[in-house]
Structure formats: C-alpha cells, structure tokens
Design a protein around this ligand. Structure first.
Ligand SMILES: Cc1cc2nc3c(=O)[nH]c(=O)nc-3n(C[C@H](O)[C@H](O)[C@H](O)COP(=O)(O)OP(=O)(O)OC[C@H]3O[C@@H](n4cnc5c(N)ncnc54)[C@H](O)[C@@H]3O)c2cc1C
Length: 469
C-alpha cells in the first residue's frame, strides 16, 4: 500500500527562493510547509543582503549628494550629521517591515511556517528541530533552498571584531577610519561605497586585474574611474598572502607584481565570495550528489539525485542572485503542480548598486565575438540626456547589441544612475524576443533616462555590421 503523505511540498529555507516557491505552491493548491531556522523570514537577501545593503546605499548616497553637490544647484543646506545608530535602526525597520509582509503572505495563503532547523530524514521526510522538540514532516516533495554563507580566507578567519564578513560590515556601530576590503565584486564595492561615503578610507584588494568581474572590461573600467573619484583606492592583480591581527588593527600582507607590501586597517572585510550552506541538512547521508565545486547537483528541472528532492538558489550552480532564486522557486512550484516552467538564465540581469550603478543582461560583446556571431552595436551617453543632467547624473552610457540577421536584441549593458531600473527594459525585450526595430518604435517619455536606452537602440539600427564572421 502506498504511504499516505500529509503534505505535497516542504520547503527548507525562507530566503527569496524558498518563500517564493512556498507561496506559489500554495497558490496552486499544493499543501505546503516552510521551515526556517531564523525567526525572521526572508533569508540572506532580506536579513543581511540585498535589502539592508540597498537601504544603507540609498541613505548614504543622498547624504553625499546633499553635502557635496546640492549647494552648486542653489540649495545650501548646513549641519549635516551622521547619526549611525539611527541609520542602522532605519535599515532594521525596513527589513522588519518586509519580513512581516512575507509572514503575512504565508499565513494568508495557508503555508504552515515551522521555526526550526530542518534535516532530510528520507526521500519524503523532513525532520525539524523545534524549540519545543522534534517534528517529522512527511511530504511528496522536498525543496532545498538553504542558500549560502560568506567564504573565509584560511589565514584570515572571521573574528567578528576586526576581520568581518558582509553581515558584520552591514552593522558597524562606528565608522572605521580605514576599511580594507578583500574582493572587488558587488558586495565589496557596495559596502565600500557605504562606508566610504560615511568617512572611511577604503582600500580594495582584488586578485583579478580588474574590478566587477562578470561585467565587460569597458564597464569595469568606467566604474573604477568613478569610484576612484569617490576616493576608493584599488590594488588590482594583488594577492593577500597573510595577516597579523593586533589589538585594534589588522596588518595584511599583499603580493602585487612580484613585490610584497603590508597594509594596515582598523577593519578588514573579506568579500571573496560565498559558499553553499547545507551543513545541517545531512545531504550525503541522504545520498544527494554534489557538483565538483561543492554545490548541490540538479538537472534542468532542479531535481537532485533523489527525484523527490529539488534544490534552487545559492545552493546550486550559477550566479548567487536573489531574483534568480525567486525565478527557480516559482518554476519548481509550477512543475510540482503539473504545469510547464523554465528559467532563461541568459535573461537574468546582473547589477551592482554603486554610484553610478552598473547593470547587464543577455549576451555580452565578448560572448558574441567568441561565438563569431554577427551583431551590431549601438551606444548612447547620459551626458546628452536632459533628465540625467537635470538630476546631476551625467556619467555613464548604454550599449546594446543587436543579433543579425534576426534583428533581435542580444544584450544590453548600462553604466549610470538607475541602471538597475533601466535594465528591466532589456529583460522584457529579451524575454519577449523583441526586435530592435520594434523596440525603437516604442516612444519613451521626455525627459527620461529611458531616452538613452532608446538612443542606443537607434544607434544599433544605423550602425554598419560589426564583429563576428
Ligand atoms: C551583502 C549582500 C548583498 C546582496 N545583494 C544582492 C542584490 O542586491 N541582489 C541580488 O540579487 N542578490 C544579492 N545578494 C545575494 C542574495 O542575497 C542571495 O543570492 C539570495 O539570498 C539567495 O537566496 P536563497 O533563497 O537561495 O537563500 P538565502 O537567502 O540564503 O536563504 C536561505 C535560508 O535558509 C535558512 N536555512 C539554512 N539552513 C537551514 C536549515 N537546515 N533549516 C531551516 N532553515 C535553514 C537560512 O536561515 C536562510 O534564511 C546579496 C548578498 C549579500 C550577502
């Protein structure tokens, strides 16, 4: 006789991947439970990632603008003060409000939320350690969405005091005089921007010869130039080889171009990447296979080596992005409800929320060249955009690539104010496979930053064929 299961789906981890999956599954009529070890729902993204970092970035950007630039436009404000406890309280209030919103959605849609640490107890069973004991949940399917945690350097382990990870660097109670950041990716550059704006001297050490890996060299160079104007210092192609932790400062040894030098700082933020988090799940005991790089191996339907167990988000291969995790969560819920689903990974945008922001989606010029694929390029600059000048944000540009001979948009890259919003136009165009000709028919409002995206498309249409064969 078949075993009767109480639930259709148990989701482990209430980050953007997990809570999105749980919500969609419940909407589709699946009996769903969500297990989260933290009292606050939302995962890394909401608690210690996307949202707190963007809250600090927004406030500090406004502060620097008002302090340094607004008086040139005829509005002289005096007496700016940094009230760090209040800034941190504002950040926490934003997080709390959103976390409550997620809890409300779960209740409203009948998702039972268990606060506890989950472990796989069988292909169709999850054991949950609760404050008041243990519960076994029997289920048709399990979705692993336990995310990731900061990676450490073996010779510079986090001590929560002087050598910190991103979670601690979001919650400094004092502005460090000098902050050394190891890693020039999104997290390092965003947190460097926050503390640099508040007065820290920022030095970023990066192993690669460039910042912002994942973006084109042109975008990376443009961003570096702008961040250097904001007094961020970069040591590129430099390897941190060791460190001495003192009472109140850390001295880091850095090898650069065959020479070794030392750098002292009050705090060191190690932002060298994140690794999947599955310590409590008992994956290997359950027989779930990992990839060569230690993430959970899944097929194109996000099924692990055990067919009833699925995995998504930071736990599996691919860029660690909240919106990717959400797309996968939604897709798994659809599949479990017997509906078709897919995620087009090429159309997932990538953003760094510095000033200026940088954003990209689709194929890059390097991809198109490497594939010897014919394309046309169009670039337009914000310095010719009335809205950008009116908003004091003339830096940056938009580049689009048009696939030939189809005429469809192939990719888009933006450096500039609100690039994170503008890139949405490219995402929609790629997902709907729109041609640049048809996109150029769409009239953007005047004045608006979208006009520069439009101009780049017009430039691609009028450009002679370039690249490829
Ligand atoms: C500082 C910072 C800034 C970021 N900014 C952005 C950004 O701007 N945009 C973007 O797209 N991405 C950003 N990210 C990345 C983003 O946060 C992650 O990609 C995203 O949170 C991954 O979602 P997830 O659902 O896979 O896992 P997570 O969000 O990591 O959630 C996993 C959840 O599982 C829970 N859990 C783990 N093990 C168990 C267990 N055994 N039992 C029960 N619960 C468990 C954890 O407590 C956690 O709540 C940022 C990350 C950081 C650190």
């Amino acid at each position: 006789m078949a075993k009767k299961t109480a639930l259709d789906l148990v989701v482990i981890g209430a980050g953007p991947g997990g809570y999105t999956a749980a919500l969609r599954a419940a909407e589709l009529g699946l009996r769903t439970a969500l297990v989260e070890r933290c009292s606050q729902l939302g995962g890394t993204c909401l608690r210690v990632g996307c949202i707190p970092s963007k809250t600090l970035l927004s406030s500090t950007e406004a502060y620097v603008y008002a302090r340094d630039r607004l008086s040139q436009n005829g509005i002289a404000a005096k007496g700016f003060e940094i009230d760090l406890p209040r800034l941190q309280a504002h950040k926490e209030a934003v997080v709390e409000k959103l976390a409550k919103g997620i809890a409300f959605l779960m209740r409203q849609n009948g998702v039972h939320v268990w606060e506890g640490t989950a472990r796989i107890a069988g292909p169709q069973a999850v054991a949950v350690e609760l404050a008041e004991g243990k519960e076994i949940l029997e289920t048709r399917a399990i979705l692993l969405a336990t995310g990731s945690e900061p990676a450490q350097l073996p010779f510079l382990p986090f001590d929560g005091r002087l050598v910190v990870d991103s979670t601690e660097a979001l919650s400094f109670r004092e502005v460090p005089k000098r902050l050394l950041i190891i890693g020039a990716g999104a997290i390092g550059l965003e947190l460097g921007s926050v503390w640099g704006r508040l007065g820290s001297e920022i030095v970023v050490v990066e192993l690669l010869p460039r910042i912002a890996a994942g973006f084109s060299p042109i975008v990376a160079k443009a961003l570096q130039r702008e961040l250097e104007k904001q007094r961020m210092q970069f040591l590129l192609g430099a390897r941190v080889t060791g460190a001495e932790i003192g009472e109140a400062a850390v001295t880091v040894r850095v090898e650069e171009g065959g020479k070794e030098r030392t750098l002292a700082a009050e705090r060191v933020l190690v932002a060298v990447g994140r690794r999947p988090h599955y310590a409590d799940l008992a994956l290997t005991e359950a027989g779930i296979r990992l990839t060569g790089s230690g993430r959970v191996a899944v097929d194109r339907f996000w099924q692990t080596s055990l067919p009833s167990i699925y995995a998504i988000g930071d736990l599996i291969e691919g860029p660690m992005l909240a919106h990717r995790a959400q797309a996968e969560g939604r897709a798994v819920a659809e599949l479990l409800a017997g509906r078709p689903a897919r995620v087009r990974y090429r159309n997932i945008p990538n953003v760094i929320y510095t000033e200026p922001e940088v954003a990209s989606v689709g194929f890059s010029e390097e991809d198109l060249r490497a594939a010897r694929h014919p394309y046309r390029r169009g670039t337009a600059y914000f310095q010719a955009n009335g809205r950008a000048l009116a908003a004091d944000a003339p830096n940056g540009f938009v580049t689009v690539w048009m696939d030939e001979p189809s005429g469809k948009l192939a990719g888009l890259e933006i450096v500039g104010n609100r690039a994170s919003e503008l890139i949405g136009a490219g995402v929609v165009a790629l997902e709907t496979e729109a041609t640049i000709e048809s996109l150029a028919q769409a009239v953007p409002a005047h004045p608006s930053l979208m006009e520069t995206v439009h101009e780049a498309m017009l430039a691609a249409l009028s450009e002679r064929r370039s690249g490829g064969s």
